[in-house]
Design a protein around this ligand. Structure first.
Ligand SMILES: Nc1ncnc2c1ncn2[C@@H]1O[C@H](COP(=O)(O)OP(=O)(O)OP(=O)(O)O)[C@@H](O)[C@H]1O
Ligand SMILES: [Mg+2]
Length: 353
């Protein structure tokens, strides 16, 4: 009984010491796990701290980069504004130079008109001068005959009929000269002041051809006209005349370079709606290559650089047609077959704004 009790106690002691050993082992494991968790925690904390440091550094670097970028953008913007300013000044200077050249071209047109008129005046004034000189000579002879008392009736009759005839001739020639001067005066006024008025288109065409007639005669080329006579415009005759002169002179210079007898045609008719006029100028010359056709209206485009061509003629034509006259211009050309230029103009030109 005693031994049984002792054995049971020993069993319990044994069991308890086993339990203590198990608990100890668990405690040791827990302590190890705790130590490892602690080490992990420290490592994570350390990593986080490093990352926070790195992020902070990155933030500073970003802010530095931002500041540098901002100052670079500001510098670039200032440089760009400066470049822009000098570019717009250059454009303005170019515009002024172009206007000046266009003005000179207009004056050159007037100069050649003056030369043409002077040439035209030569014939009637020269004839009138010759005839009046011989009339004076005859008058002096008659006076001498009277003084010497040798004047015969037949000599007197001869003188009278001669002086009548010569007087007529002088009058006719001076009238012609006056007419030329009248044409010139109108054209000069039209060309210089860009005068707007009502006029008959065919009158302006014939005035223009008249001013160009010495040059046309010398060239041996012909202009054939087919004009609607009744077309009346309220527009700028000087501009129309200048456009037509440029087209004709271009044909003489460029189209018929090597051709002995070139043909030009100038047609005009009212548009279907009755509000405008189409003027078509054609030559049967060398034509213009497709590549050059795109550049004909560009300022300074010329195939005669260094041979008197400035390349402003067609640019001026384009400006006059589209801005002053309020119309449109089209060019068709087939190399070797000639060139056609078609102007569509309103009968009433726009009023300047
Ligand atoms: N009727 C034409 N036939 C052939 N080529 C032409 C004709 N009209 C113009 N061209 C071409 O177009 C170019 C430009 O003409 P534009 O009148 O502008 O200048 P330009 O006659 O050369 O010089 P400028 O008229 O200033 O003295 C000419 O150089 C020429 O090559
Ligand atoms: Mg020209």
């Amino acid at each position: 009984m005693l031994i049984g009790g002792w054995l049971r106690s020993m069993e319990r002691v044994d069991q308890t010491s086993q339990e203590v050993a198990t608990a100890n082992a668990r405690n040791e494991r827990l302590a190890r796990e705790l130590a490892s968790t602690q080490a992990d925690y420290h490592a994570v904390t350390e990593r986080l701290r490093r990352q926070v440091d790195e992020l902070q550094e990155a933030k500073w670097a970003l802010s530095d980069a931002n500041t540098a970028l901002e100052s670079r953008v500001a510098r670039r913007t200032a440089a760009l504004a400066l470049a822009n300013k000098s570019l717009s000044e250059a454009v303005q200077e170019l515009q002024q130079a172009q206007d000046e050249l266009v003005r000179k071209e207009k004056l050159a047109g007037l100069g050649s008109l003056v030369a043409g008129v002077a040439h035209e005046l030569n014939t009637p004034i020269g004839t009138a001068l010759t005839v009046s000189t011989s009339l004076c000579h005859e008058a002096r002879q008659i006076k001498r005959h009277v003084e010497e008392g040798v004047l015969t009736r037949s000599a007197l009759m001869h003188y009278v009929s001669d002086s009548e005839e010569m007087g007529d001739m002088v009058e006719r020639n001076l009238r012609m000269a006056a007419e030329i001067i009248g044409h010139f005066k109108q054209m000069a006024v039209d060309q210089t002041s860009e005068n707007r008025r009502q006029f008959v288109l065919s009158d302006v065409v014939s005035d223009t051809l008249f001013a160009l007639s010495p040059r046309l005669r010398r060239s041996g080329h012909l202009v054939e006209l087919a004009l609607d006579n009744g077309i009346c415009l309220d527009s700028y005759p000087g501009a129309i005349s200048q456009v037509l002169s440029n087209l004709i002179i271009n044909a003489l210079i460029h189209a018929f370079d090597t051709r002995a007898q070139g043909h030009m045609q100038l047609h005009s008719h009212l548009t279907d709606d009755g509000q405008g006029v189409e003027i078509v100028f054609r030559d049967d010359g060398v034509g213009i290559s497709p590549a050059n056709q795109k550049r004909v209206f560009d300022p300074f485009f010329t195939t005669r650089l260094g041979q008197g061509g400035t390349g402003l003629g067609m640019h001026l034509v384009y400006n006059l047609v589209t801005s002053v006259l309020g119309g449109k211009i089209r060019l068709h050309s087939t190399p070797g077959m000639g060139t056609e230029i078609c102007l569509s103009l309103p009968l009433v030109a726009p009023h300047p704004a």
